[in-house]
Ligand binder design. Structure first.
Ligand SMILES: [Zn+2]
Length: 92
């Protein structure tokens, strides 16, 4: 028998409910963690839409060169670190 409520896999609260993971599995999540998961999925899809094709084209052109792949990692890492320090820049 499937248990419909349980401990949240995200935060450990006692008010988790059974949800599908989208990969055929199930987890328990509370309402706050379900909102966080939905927001994360939306942000992931948005990033893929904005950057996916450009990055795939760049990797096709430069991906066989380890030095260029290190450059990509450095640029992405620097950009993420900068955004974490400065916060999101809306409307600029
Ligand atoms: Zn939770």
């Amino acid at each position: 028998m499937t248990v419909l409520t349980g401990e949240c896999d995200g935060c450990g609260s006692k008010d988790g409910v059974l949800i599908g993971t989208g990969k055929g599995g199930t987890d328990y999540h509370c309402a706050k963690c379900i909102q966080d998961l939905a927001l994360y999925d939306a942000a992931e899809q948005h990033m893929e839409l904005l950057l996916g094709e450009a990055l795939r084209a760049w990797v096709i052109a430069w991906g066989n060169n380890p030095q260029m792949m290190r450059l990509l990692g450095s640029i992405v890492g620097d950009a993420v670190a900068h955004m974490q320090q400065e916060g999101p820049q809306h409307g600029r």
